[in-house]
Design a binder for this molecule. Structure first.
Ligand code: 4NP
Length: 170
């Protein structure tokens, strides 16, 4: 992420959140970040998207458990699943992997090793995680896992937006 470049309405900052299926973690991150940016009056300074490293769920809505936890918190998840591809490495300013396996899969698409700087782990921004931990995959677990994912993504997104907001120029 180039720290010097100002974020303007003409040159919005583009973020792609990435997990495995693009139905649980990354659509939740996308919805939360979009919600927070709009709440701060910064919606038009960002282009937010999400994708999955796998093709398993292409075209599906976010998982009903993810949507339900998000909606309880006033966040609507509107995305449809798509697969991350090499063109996304060019298009986005910041690509945030939910776990280390997603990170490796994204890095493998970067065959010329040109984009390492903009590919990061989501929990690098989590103020409560010192080790760039994974956002745990909630798919095969219970509702408490989905709530935990929401909480991790909320505080990580808020901290990320705090950083990026400093670069916004009206
Ligand atoms: P996500 O969760 O990567 O957070 O969207 C998963 C969704 C589906 C599967 C695994 C994880 N799956 O194996 O189908």
């Amino acid at each position: 992420m180039s720290k010097a470049t100002p974020i303007t309405k003409e040159n919005p900052f583009c973020i792609c959140f990435v997990c495995l299926g693009n139905i649980c973690r990354s659509p939740t991150a996308e919805g939360i970040f979009q919600h927070l940016a709009e709440e701060r009056g910064l919606g038009s300074y960002f282009y937010i998207d999400s994708a999955g490293t796998s093709a398993y769920h292409i075209g599906e809505k976010a998982n009903s458990r993810s949507r339900s936890v998000a909606e309880e918190n006033g966040v609507k998840l509107k995305s449809r699943a798509r697969q991350f591809d090499a063109a996304d490495l060019e298009e986005f300013d910041l690509i945030l992997a939910m776990d280390s396996s997603n990170y490796q899969d994204i890095r493998q698409l970067d065959v010329q090793n040109k984009f390492a700087e903009k590919i990061k782990m989501m929990r690098e921004f989590d103020p409560d995680s010192k080790h760039h931990d994974d956002v745990p995959d909630p798919y095969y677990g219970g509702m408490d896992g989905f709530q935990n994912v929401y909480d991790v993504l909320y505080r990580s997104s808020a901290a990320l937006l705090d950083q990026l907001e400093q670069r916004v120029e009206e």
